[in-house]
Design a protein around this ligand. Structure first.
Ligand code: ZN
Length: 347
């Protein structure tokens, strides 16, 4: 099977040459796959179908979409993209997609397999390659500081930053969403739906204004926090931390789903105690049992944060609310007050 890539201003078009017959056999009936768009009146019939690999990208696209776009994401609620393995049936979401949003790199590399299963030309936005997006290294010992990398305005000029060494959790920084991700997604939507340009631009401007307000709100909230160090379950928050002056001192799992070595866990407990950390930040997508045991070791507690969002929980089902929820729970985790060892915010 051959896969061709064509890059158009941050958007690449995948076209794979496999036979449609085999493809449809995997995905279910073609009729079923093609009938997914909701039947609505002619005026409000969505014109585009967007499929994201992960829910946060769906949330960002939703802010721009209005009634012109239907949205879906592939990793189901409660699952971690780090351990996600797509089923052949996931291909059916891609059959009806006009645009695919993925993070890029190794994080959601499984999308390549799904894309190559289709014959259709698909526009794909790889977020970590969007113009103006400055990625951080996945290696915490090689954190790229914004000040020193401000000249990295186009990641295409730095191919090393496109591969597996890039930290994928870019959406946890509201200003990267405001300045690079949302404009990049809007650009792709306009390319595919030119008549909707004014609509997308208006939604983008509105979202960007709300992201500026969100940034100011988070900044005010976290500026007051007496503690700047945090321990998280996995390394999902480095963009957020870099933006708001926080420091990840340890993680239970370097990558979500990866089993830590006992020596690393002992080191985590020692580090947390030495840095006066009172909390391990846990996540709905990863089993918190180990974090609870470790927190007890240094007399700490666990508090829930949610990097991916949860569609069934109202306060975590849109981007701005989700990040507000996370910022508030970060603020609680960073407080030194003798709060009861509970998991407020847990579902
Ligand atoms: Zn992650």
């Amino acid at each position: 099977m051959r896969v061709f890539l064509r890059f158009v201003s941050g958007v690449c078009v995948f076209a794979a040459s496999s036979a449609l017959a085999a493809f449809v056999f995997i995905a279910g009936s073609a009729e079923k796959a093609g009938a997914a768009k909701p039947a609505t009146s002619a005026e409000s019939t969505p014109l585009l179908a967007v499929v994201a690999t992960v829910f946060p990208l769906e949330l960002i696209a939703r802010e721009l979409a209005g009634e012109r776009v239907t949205l879906a994401s592939l990793v189901p609620p409660g699952a971690s993209p780090h351990t996600f393995e797509p089923l052949p049936s996931d291909v059916k979401d891609l059959v009806r997609a006009d645009l695919v949003l993925c993070i890029g790199g190794e994080y959601d590399a499984w999308i390549r397999k799904l894309l190559s299963a289709g014959h259709k030309e698909l526009h794909v936005v790889k977020v970590i390659e969007l113009p103006g997006l400055v990625p951080l290294s996945a290696d915490p010992r090689a954190v790229v500081h914004e000040e020193s990398s401000a000249q990295l305005t186009d990641s295409k000029a730095h191919p090393s930053r496109q591969a597996s060494d890039v930290d994928p959790h870019v959406w946890t920084d509201p200003l990267r969403v405001r300045d690079a991700i949302a404009p990049g997604v809007a650009h792709a939507l306009i390319e595919l739906d030119v008549k909707g340009e004014a609509h997308y631009r208006e939604h983008l401007a509105n979202f960007q204004r709300r992201l500026s307000e969100l940034d100011a709100e988070i900044r005010a909230l976290l500026t007051r926090a007496p503690q700047r160090n945090y321990v998280s379950f996995h390394a999902a928050w480095r963009y957020f931390a870099a933006r708001y002056g926080l420091t990840e001192v340890a993680v239970v799992q370097e990558t979500g789903g990866e089993e830590p070595a006992p020596g690393e866990l002992a080191r985590l407990v020692r580090t947390a105690a030495a840095k006066q950390v009172t909390t391990i930040l846990i996540e709905p997508q990863l089993n918190p049992e180990l974090a609870r045991v470790l927190a007890a070791e240094f007399g700490g507690r666990t508090i829930l944060v949610d990097p991916l969002g949860t569609p069934a929980v109202k306060e975590r089902a849109n981007y701005v609310d989700l990040m507000r929820f996370n910022a508030r729970n970060f603020a609680r985790a960073l407080s030194r007050s003798a709060e009861p060892a509970s998991e407020a915010g847990a579902p």
